[in-house]
Design a protein around this ligand. Structure first.
Ligand SMILES: Nc1nc2c(c(=O)[nH]1)N[C@H]1C(S)=C(S)[C@@H](COP(=O)(O)OP(=O)(O)OC[C@H]3O[C@@H](n4cnc5c(=O)[nH]c(N)nc54)[C@H](O)[C@@H]3O)O[C@H]1N2
Ligand SMILES: Nc1nc2c(c(=O)[nH]1)N[C@H]1C(S)=C(S)[C@@H](COP(=O)(O)OP(=O)(O)OC[C@H]3O[C@@H](n4cnc5c(=O)[nH]c(N)nc54)[C@H](O)[C@@H]3O)O[C@H]1N2
Ligand code: SF4
Ligand SMILES: [Mo]
Length: 749
């Protein structure tokens, strides 16, 4: 057996889910509603009214917003000054949300594809026609092939309700990008070790050392998280960064380790062995709160600094320097758990190593350590638990898989019809063509199924394959997400908050919200009597109810409720904790993992070496874009219109390449990039590695700004890893050469 958890149980373990305090008091008494009287704003915003209750969805961090509105038109987005997270700050993408709202290319009404998938011809239809047809086609498929023949690819706040609905209909074939291409590996590894999914709750603001494994903060932009990181650095925290590239974080680091890609687990093992050998670990925490120490110690015994230095291609002295710095500052060390962790298909073990290192340092519930901030308890309004036949469960081969089914299992089953047919694909807030590796197989699956339905807000790669395309309201026009959390500062009282997304403007077109769309579909599929909420407003109110809140009350509070919270730090001297693991302890060695034929203590599993003449393609974030979703945003496009390919200066010199050259790429399977980009020639990347920001090169001709701008990294990732424990897709496993003026160049020093 592995960890078998429902999505609900999983979410409950997430650290913000638990209530800390009963809600005893509501903050200020009622004030004027959501729409405030015009206020004098500086400069060109004079005469605008400020509206509260906005919540950003340009990425998934969900900063709280206010909007300045004139004559019904949104003219400026800002952070809600009352926010405990982002305050009045938002990032470039948050600011540019206005350009999404008013993007002329937006999806405006329901569409039916009367052409081909991939080369659509759109016919405008009514909502009733769209829903009738979608329901009819789904009904036929479900009746003939069973509920599991429908696959769902959801992502984002608006996809939660549809996800619950399709789970309720009995399909296990749901693959969230946030799990299977993002943080699922990390969450399962920390659950196996500490018994909870860590989010990114590591107390960087109060750390003596911040340790980033990959995590490229500064390019990875989540406003409140960056604020904590920068506060930590201002307070004098030392920064250690493992990254094959001189990332934004590496540029601030005290120690930058340009590690060989894919070898981080070996590095972490050697660091842990050094801590054990020198006795520089938190012996009290380990004795009182951890289990499996002896097996763990044995499993680290091989990891000499010499071995790791060779394996990771880093100086031995640097490795020892890192270990000694961590050991000297325990327990106030922020070992960042990372977020995008699906790298090589050996990733569960690396995340386990990060969790075990955290435990060895005793860096739990102390300033600078891994913490569990407590938000306010919220309610639920759900379709209830999904019940599906066990023999339909494609995920059973991955005992530590996050909720849902590994993406590749769904895609292969779709293509082979083994062990059963999958006949409908539904995408809701996900762009699987750019999100999942091996684009050609994704497109083949999309062409093979009997029915494709997509709900989106923009024309994207995925919408080109829809039979029925449904427009959703954007996040600035709708209610949906309810967020809770807290802020803590050793110098002040901890504070909790609750915020709900509320519309800042009236909807512009025919877009609807997810509750309306799903309910209308559910009625047509015979589930009208099971509908849990009649409207999105009712959904939000049910979420808010246990906190004594409602939309009306939150409106009166400028969109955010706050109250005193409890410190995320344990009382001084407390070293004994009970965790929600099998043993009740932090599992340095896990019987459960071991009994599933995996390594019970973190093991290094090598990834394939780079073939001669190639470089490994790795990727990360553009600081001003979110994946593919922002490529058509004119402000963000202006900031970074394409994604330069980072290449090592010595490799470039040998190949006769210069900074600024226009190039294309080809991978190990002969797949060529569709577009070109410019070269960034730099000593700041290893010779065996090249780097692209992800999300560029959208294919949809309906995107007047974003189409064909830069190179789509996903199109080149035809070789990918599948994490053995979780089933998540590792995507840094493809190799490329640069092509210039028709010549394919060798990547060597
Ligand atoms: N090669 C490669 N692959 C990756 C990554 C990478 O770095 N490189 N990153 C991985 C990570 S960490 C993640 S989290 C995933 C992200 O995966 P996705 O979430 O699939 O990323 P996007 O490309 O932004 O696609 C989101 C889709 O949702 C649509 N959308 C945006 N807002 C809304 C809305 O309000 N409602 C609806 N219905 N649709 C909306 C967008 O228009 C777009 O079509 O990708 C993963 N895949
Ligand atoms: N601006 C912006 N910010 C975002 C997002 C966005 O789309 N735009 N998306 C958000 C989301 S959903 C996520 S999941 C996060 C993702 O952001 P992170 O979680 O920070 O992603 P990582 O993959 O850890 O980091 C990418 C870095 O890893 C390095 N790297 C590549 N291979 C290796 C390796 O083998 N070892 C090591 N040590 N490093 C390696 C790359 O050079 C790059 O600098 O960003 C979030 N923040
Ligand atoms: S970090 Fe930026 S894009 Fe993400 S929610 Fe906050 S303002 Fe929006
Ligand atoms: Mo992600």
């Amino acid at each position: 057996m592995g960890i078998k958890i429902s999505r609900r149980k999983f979410l409950q373990t997430a650290s913000l889910a638990a209530a800390a305090l009963p809600l005893s008091r509501l903050a200020r008494a009622a004030e004027p509603g959501l729409v405030k009287k015009p206020v004098a704003a500086p400069g060109s915003f004079t005469g605008t009214e400020t509206r509260y209750g906005g919540m950003c969805e340009m990425c998934f961090w969900r900063c709280q917003l206010t909007g300045k509105v004139r004559d019904g038109r949104l003219v400026k987005l800002e952070g809600n000054p009352k926010s405990l997270e982002n305050g009045s700050s938002i990032c470039a993408r948050g600011n540019a949300g206005i350009q999404l709202l008013y993007d002329p290319d937006r999806l405006k009404y329901p569409l039916k594809n009367v052409g081909e998938r991939g080369a659509p011809k759109w016919k405008r239809i009514s909502w009733a026609e769209a829903l009738d047809e979608a329901a009819e086609r789904l009904k036929v498929i479900q009746k003939k092939h069973g509920p599991h023949s429908v696959a769902l690819f959801p992502h984002g706040a608006s996809a939660f309700y549809p996800l619950q609905y399709f789970e309720f209909t009995g399909t296990p074939n749901i693959s969230e990008a946030s799990f299977y291409q993002c943080r699922g590996v990390r969450d399962m590894a920390y659950m196996s070790t500490f018994g909870f999914a860590p989010n990114e709750d590591v107390d960087m603001a109060n750390a003596k050392v911040i340790f980033l494994v990959g995590t490229h903060l500064g390019e990875n932009v989540h406003v409140s998280h960056l604020k904590q990181y920068l506060k930590g650095l201002e307070n004098g925290a030392k920064l250690v960064v493992l990254d094959p590239r001189f990332s934004a974080a590496a540029s601030k680091a005290d120690i930058w380790v340009p590690i060989k890609p894919g070898t981080d687990t070996a590095f972490l093992q050697a660091v842990m062995k050094r801590l054990l050998d020198t006795g520089k670990y938190d012996q009290e925490f380990v004795a009182k709160s951890c289990t499996g120490f002896d097996q763990f110690k044995e499993a680290m015994a091989h990891a000499t600094p010499e071995w790791a230095a060779k394996t990771c291609d880093v100086p031995k002295a640097q490795l020892l320097q890192v270990a000694d710095l961590l050991g000297a500052n325990l327990p106030n060390v922020a070992v960042h758990p990372g977020r995008h962790t699906t790298w090589y298909g050996n990733d569960f073990q690396r995340s386990r190593a990060q969790a075990c290192l955290t435990a060895l340092l005793g860096a739990y519930a102390v300033p600078g350590g891994l913490i569990r901030p407590k938000g306010v308890k919220l309610g639920a309004a759900s379709w209830g638990h999904g019940v599906f036949a066990q023999d339909c469960d494609l995920s059973k081969f991955w005992p530590f898989h996050p909720p849902g089914t590994p993406t590749d299992a769904i895609r292969e089953t779709t293509l082979t019809a083994k062990p059963y047919p999958i006949k409908a694909w539904i995408a809701w807030g996900q762009n699987p063509i750019q999100t999942i590796p091996d684009q050609a197989r994704t497109i083949a699956a999309l062409k093979k199924v009997d029915f494709v339905m997509v709900t989106d807000i923009m024309p994207m790669d995925i919408t080109m394959y829809a039979d029925i395309l449904l427009p959703e309201k954007t996040y600035l026009e709708r209610y949906d997400y309810v967020k809770t959390g807290m802020q803590w500062d050793p110098a002040a009282k901890p504070q909790q908050f609750v915020a709900a997304r509320m519309p800042l403007v009236e909807p512009l077109f025919e877009g609807r919200d997810s509750v309306w769309i799903v309910n209308e579909l559910a009625k047509r599929l015979g589930h009208g009597d099971k509908i849990p909420v009649a409207s999105i407003e009712e959904h939000v109110d049910k979420r808010l109810a246990p906190a004594g809140l409602s939309i009306a009350k939150l409106k009166a509070l400028e969109g955010i409720f706050t109250q005193d919270g409890v410190s995320p730090y344990a009382p001084a001297g407390k070293r004994e904790f009970e965790f929600d693991t099998e043993s009740g302890k932090v599992e340095l060695f896990s019987e459960q993992i071991d009994s599933n034929d995996f390594a019970g203590s973190p093991a290094y599993v090598p990834t394939a070496e780079v073939p001669a003449g190639y470089a490994r393609l790795v990727y990360g974030r553009s600081p001003v874009h979110s994946f593919s979703r922002t490529q058509n945003n004119i402000w963000l496009h202006h900031e970074m219109p394409e994604n330069p390919l980072w290449i090592n200066d010595r490799v470039a010199a040998k190949a006769g390449l210069k900074d600024g050259d226009r190039i294309t790429m080809v991978n190990q399977d002969g797949v060529k990039s569709r577009n070109s980009t410019v070269l960034k020639v730099t000593p700041g990347i290893r010779p065996d590695t090249v780097y692209l920001a992800h999300g560029y090169g959208s294919m949809n001709p309906e995107l007047t700004v974003g189409k064909d701008q830069g190179i789509d990294d996903q199109s080149l990732i035809t070789l990918f890893g599948i994490d053995r424990e979780t089933g998540a897709t590792g995507m840094r496993t493809s190799f490329v050469k640069v092509v210039k003026d028709g010549r394919t160049l060798e990547m060597m020093v």
